[in-house]
Each structure stands twice: as C-alpha cells, then as structure tokens.
Write a protein that binds this ligand. Sequence first.
Ligand SMILES: Cc1ncc(COP(=O)(O)O)c(C=O)c1O
Length: 447
Amino acid sequence: MNEQTQSDPMLAAPTVSSVIKPMGDYPLQIVRGEGVRFWDNEGTEYLDAVSGEWVVNLGYRHPRVTAAVKEQIDRIEYVTPVFENELRSQLAEKLVSLAPERMRSVLFALSGADAVEGAMHLAMRANGGSEFVTLYSAFHGTTFATLALSYTHPHMLEGAKEGLDRYLTRQIRVPNYNCYRCPLQMKPGNCDLACARMMDLAITHQPDAKVAGVIIELFQSNGGMIPMPKGYIEAVREICTRHGVALIADEVQTAMSRCGDIFASNVVGADPDLIVMGKALGAGFPLSGVVAAEGYTSLRGWEAGFTLMSTPAICAGSNAMLDVMVEEKLGDNATVQGERIMDRLRAMMDKYSIIGDVRGLGLMIGVELVLDRNTKEAADALTGFAWEYALREEKLLLGKSGPVFGNYGNVIKLKPAVNSTSAEVDEMMDRLDRVFAATQKRHDSGR
Ligand SMILES: Cc1ncc(COP(=O)(O)O)c(C=O)c1O
C-alpha cells in the first residue's frame, strides 16, 4: 500500500487477494444500477457519464433488454454453435441491414480483441497477405495479435510488451490522425492529409511483406479521444482499394448508436470491408463480431469460432437493444445530446484554462487537459485528480485516457448512455463544471 492509499479511506486497498485484478485499485464496489445511475455497496448513488466502460449504451438494466434475456433463459440458455439458432440469425440479419450497404455477413465472437482477430483472419484469407498497417496511439485489444496491433508509448514498451516477442508479430505502424498534436508537426487544413499519405508510402515500400489490411478506429479512443479529419477516411479507402488490401474499421467503441448511428461508418461516410464490433453489442453481456463485405466470407466452419459465442440469451438481449435503438432513433439522440454537452464544454473552456481542447462525435467526447494552452504540456496528474475528485466529491463516473496505449493520460472521456435525457446530461455537466473548477484551482495553486 502506498502513502496515498494509507491516508485516504476512499483509496484503501481492496481486500480481494484471490483474483487477478486487471485494472486499477480504486475500491468502489458497484452493486446495483438503473439507467445512468448506479449504487455502491453502502447505498451511495453515482451518476455514470461513461456507460460502465462504454458498454451499457442503453443504461443499466434497460427493461426491454432484461426482459428479453430473462425470457430466453427460461426457454434455453445455450445452443451449440454447430446448429443454427434463430436469435443469432435474426441478430446477424439486423446488423447487416443496419451496416453500410456492401456488408453481407457476420462472424460472431466474444470480446473486442477476438473479433479484431476474426477480422484479421478474414482479411488474410481474402488476399493471402499477412501484414497489417496500424496507427500510432491505436488500441485494438490485449490478446497477442491485438496487443501487437496496439500502440504502446515508447516509455511503456517494457511494461506492456516486454518478453512477448515470440508472439507479438511485426506490424507496419504509421502516424495517426491527430490535428491537435499532429505527429508530423503539420498544421490542420494545410497538410494535404500527410498522415494518410504516409500509409500509402508504408504499404508501397514493403517489398518483403504482403499487406492484408489496414486497421483503424474511426475515433481513436484509448489514444486520446481523437476524431478523424475531414477527407481522411476517404483517402484511406482509396489507398486500400489501390493496393488491394482490406480496410478494417474497429468500431468496438464507436458502434451501437454512440456516434449518431448504429455504426459510425454511416456517420463519417466510411466504406470499410470489415467492421469490428464489441463492448456495447451484447448490451452488457459478452458478445462481439465482425460484419463483412462480399469477398470477405471465406472462412470454413470452425476455422474461427468460440464455443460460447452468440448464445441465444445474449442474442436476445442484443436484438432487443437494437430494436430500441432503431425505434427510438437513439443515434439522433446521441447527436443532439452530444452537441448539448459540447456547448457546455466550450463554455467551460472560457472559464478554465486547463482545458486545452474539446472534441466529439455524438456521445463520444474527449476533453484534453493541459498545463498551458500555448505549450500544450499534458496535464496527466491534474487529469488523475479530476477523475478522482469527480468520483469522490461529485459521485460522477468519468473515463480517463491511460498513458499505456496512447501517448498521454490527460484526456477525460465522456460516453454516456445514448438514451440519456437532456436533464441527465445537464446534471452530468453541472457536476463536471464543479470538477473542473476544483481542478483549475489546484492548478492555479501550483500543486
Ligand atoms: C477500439 C477497441 N478495439 C478493441 C478493443 C478490445 O476489446 P475487448 O477489451 O473487449 O477485448 C477495445 C477495448 O477497449 C477498443 O477500445
């Protein structure tokens, strides 16, 4: 236990010692949830501005989702994937019909990472290549193939990838889009999309490698909540088509109405060959998948697949979630509420100099904190303070970029449920305003 945890009861070390804790030491024990609120084991109520971990996009325990899952469990909970299961077929059909036009089929999996691997597999079978182009600050998961795709900041290299070389195959890594901190030191609007052009060069000058695909998040999340600049995805599409490689859109975070449509591909005008889904797809249960365009369907039975994938009860919940999203036009709600949040954040920027940049697409929103707006020095410690202050004093759950897979730990993430009401969003912003006021005060006091 370090000094900070000893002196601070909120940070007291949890007593659990028999499980491997993959993340964080914060001792909050969440025991119940409803909509955008949850309660801890002492009955304290919290407001959730991040849908769990951008997973419960309809909020906790949406009545139609829980009813559908319960009803299915009362019939049969598991069907071997060897046989067709009606709810899985229904779900696949819905996803294909909601995805961009060229999409034809769905490969299901369990988590975002194994779905990314499914997309890699499909891309490799399609053109016989085996290399992938991936971006600085990308995050695609922590299985061996996806950890290799994920970016680790040079100073974290030892921690995250040390000793795993045997399984972390090489990748072609190119500068990411990031107009606030351009890795190529160029000025937005004046760069002729140099980051996309680097991708072209990287593929062209790989005589010893056959590239199977390019994988990109349509809004880089772990890397710092970064939107694509205008024209970027079109340029990448053209490059992929010209080189005969698959364009894989990792929509593990951006899909399921978060960015203004079931798929962000439809919002930004992407025309990918493969779309990876995860997180919110299972409405709180483990389900992920890939929607694939024609020509990307060549896997034989059992070449990819998991015993527990797309079980009927989970598909029932996912089907119900999609129905609610479509019937209630929740993509549109995400756009409207996202703008409402962005307006508040822009107003906060006028009050708090620690806010260096705000950026969003629907309800996928990042606030970058800096020590100085001119130098843009990242305010990692202040961001950690803001995150904890929000939870402890305002009972508001925020997200925070970590430095492991991006470059910085100075971005606050907001990804509330896509059915959040204006009143709920306002309540989140009132609390966040007070969080930033306290964070600014701490900064001004030189701590
Ligand atoms: C963009 C993206 N891809 C893939 C993954 C991996 O998903 P999972 O943790 O479900 O394996 C994540 C997880 O954060 C992600 O953000």
